[in-house]
Design a protein around this ligand. Sequence first.
Ligand code: PSU
Ligand code: MN
Length: 335
Amino acid sequence: RKLPLKKIAHKWKTFGVQASVTNFSNRTLSSDVVKIHPEIQDAITCNKPVVALESTIITHGMPYPTNVDTAKNVEAIIRNNGGIPATIAIISGKIHVGLDESKLDNLANQSDVVKVSRRDLPYVISQSLHGGTTVSATMLIAHICDIPIFVTGGVGGVHKGGQSSMDISADLTELGRTPVTVVSSGVKSILDIGRTLEYLETQGVCVATYGPSKEFPAFFTRSSGFQAPYNVETPASAAKMMLSHAKLGLQNGMLIAVPIPSKHETAGQELEDVINDAVTKAETQGITGKAITPFILQYVNEQTGGESLKANVALIENNADVGSKIAVELSRLKH
Ligand code: PSU
Ligand code: MN
């Protein structure tokens, strides 16, 4: 079975988006590689407000069962706002777009699962492995399926010392080459936030905070000391930006940074100390590459007695609320 790409292309054409059309008409996806849930397939074809969700957050970002509970809550929040959630993961070498409860449960409780960014896709699929998709892989898959918006907690960035280690998350180059809007709470202070914003500028990524301030959020905290170039105050204004982006046929992504709700903010020197500690521990234990982010997340959660995990859950749920409202507005603008 082939995806009805012609239909999708037609939708975009009526909308004046030539670049996407070219992209899609050249692509044939067999259900061999990608399995799109019928509800989501229908929603995409009808321009309903589909919201993509990543799965590394489930497989490597949070412990069981908080991971699966959060994944389900996030889906419920999106549905409540009139959106259709599309959680993306790899199960036995097949990309699934939309997971039912039992698949979600299995994935969340699975130890044999690869953290999959763009570069890992060919291997994991060919070897029939399970994979939790990071921001980069999820963006790529969302784009292939014509889902323009994607909600998560935090994106990867330039790691501290990245100017010499060259540890720069593939999320940033993905934002530079894949036209999907990512809604996140910025990047954590485990990363070099200033350099991350510089890198995004180089990649031509439009970055806007959500709310009254341009202060770029630092995941657990509402402020990082760095400013985003823009801010959007409503879902409608974020959706308008997405529409302009689509009309221009821009082939890179956008980042909308939503600060954690004030009542869940775990600001403070204590948290900063724990994070710095985690970065040092990772170094002395020789943890490198893709293992660094999960290691630090786990360490910080343990050291804060679960406080950071609570904040993590709260901000993702809030991002799902904001992201689905943007998706609903976008779908309105398209009709
Ligand atoms: N930040 C979080 N939680 C996460 C991640 C980042 O607070 O789970 C995950 C996301 O999937 C992101 C990935 O795309 O880590 C980035 O990993 P790396 O730094 O190895 O590129
Ligand atoms: Mn890395």
